[in-house]
Design a protein around this ligand. Structure first.
Ligand code: OGA
Ligand code: NI
Length: 356
């Protein structure tokens, strides 16, 4: 599969459209894909459900508390593919500082940001679309994408130099999240009944990247989405969001559950590669982002991934005559090509990858 070198159409920054009276046609979703921003009573049941909250402080407690916490993580990842982590060990001062640095970046003059304009070859830098399909309907968001691991592909030339605090806070935040994901990987391994290094071996040398999403306010939020439904292609994702602005919705059956942000929480979700490695024991669940007319929203999505070149397939220990392998082997590098061609589109990528 060929990777496109350039975007198929001139890039428009969504931020430059935020003050218009109407949104351009290119952002208007077909009626069936629009969000229901004012759910009536029919939706009330779905609205009252909320994502499991797990106090990860319990992992540092006594044996019984540790067991219960591991069980809560595992249940959430089987049933929801998502949980909100509190007491995760990443300092609130650091999360506040890294959010503030990126907020300042997106408020720099446009010319300053354009110096980092990205292309579909690596996606690193300042971007405003994900897929490369000409004529695609676009999402209402800009982003900044950076590779953090492995060290060999980290390229500081792609990192903004302003604001001055950005590099140091992003680096420190990335280091903390690599540690946190390492711990979660152990918990997910143990609760599968394996040894704690099970997923670590399946991943090989971990990769990590950061996508900072900036969703400007939107004059017609009922017609569009900040990010279309998708599952995350990598291993697992940890999301840091604005605590005052809702926007993330998670699929639960036929409903979209709006995530209620909790101060200082991190939202953890399973990506497609852990779904494949665990033969669908842990679920990579679809999610999307809605926007609103009054407030911009910032989120930092940290993606923790397997080695680019290692074939990822259902682990032999989890394959039995009664649970045959659901997926065929594919490297993460090959897998990402689908995402880059098509942009966010539900769970079609992981479905493409199914064993016959
Ligand atoms: C993502 C994502 C959710 C959000 O970046 O993959 O799902 O709330 N972001 O920005
Ligand atoms: Ni996502």
């Amino acid at each position: 599969m060929e990777v496109a070198q350039e975007w198929p159409e001139p890039i428009v920054r969504v931020q430059s459209l935020a003050d218009a009276e109407a949104i351009p046609e290119r952002y208007i979703k077909p009626p069936s894909e629009r969000p229901n921003l004012n759910p009536g009573t029919a939706m009330a049941a779905g609205e009252t459900e909320c994502l499991p909250v797990v106090d990860l402080g319990g992992l540092r407690g006594g044996a019984a508390e540790r067991q219960a916490t591991m069980r809560a993580v595992s249940d959430a990842c089987r049933e929801w593919g998502f949980f909100q982590a509190v007491n995760h060990g990443v300092s609130p001062a650091l999360t506040a500082a890294v959010m503030e640095a990126w907020r300042q970046f997106f408020h720099l003059p446009m010319a300053e940001k354009q110096a980092y304009a990205n292309s579909p070859t690596s996606f690193e830098g300042y971007g405003s679309r994900l897929g490369v399909k000409k004529g695609a309907i676009l999402d209402w968001g800009d982003y900044f994408f950076l590779q953090l691991l492995p060290q060999s592909i980290k390229n500081y030339d792609k990192w903004p130099t302003l604001p001055a605090s950005l590099r140091e806070t992003t680096e420190a935040y990335g280091d903390e999240l690599v540690k946190l994901c390492g711990v979660i990987k152990e918990v997910l391994s143990l609760t599968l009944g394996m040894d704690e290094g099970f997923l670590h071996r399946g991943f090989g040398e971990p990769g990590a990247c950061l996508r900072v999403n900036f969703y400007p306010k939107c004059p017609q939020p009922e017609l569009t989405l900040g990010l279309s439904p998708h599952s995350d292609p990598g291993g697992m994702t940890v999301l840091l969001t604005d605590e005052h602005v809702k926007g993330l919705q998670v699929r639960k059956g036929d409903d979209w559950i709006t995530v209620q942000p909790i101060p200082d929480a991190l939202i953890v979700n399973i990506g497609d590669q852990i779904q494949v490695l665990t033969n669908a024991t842990y679920k990579s669940v679809e999610h999307r982002v809605t926007v609103n007319a009054t407030t911009e929203r910032l989120s930092l999505a940290f993606f923790y991934n397997p080695d680019d070149d290692l074939p990822i397939e259902p682990a032999a220990e989890l394959v039995t005559p009664t649970s045959p392998p659901v997926y065929k082997p594919m490297t993460f590098k090959e897998y990402k090509m689908y995402m880059r061609m098509l942009g966010p589109c539900g769970k079609s990528h992981v479905d493409l990858h199914k064993a016959a």
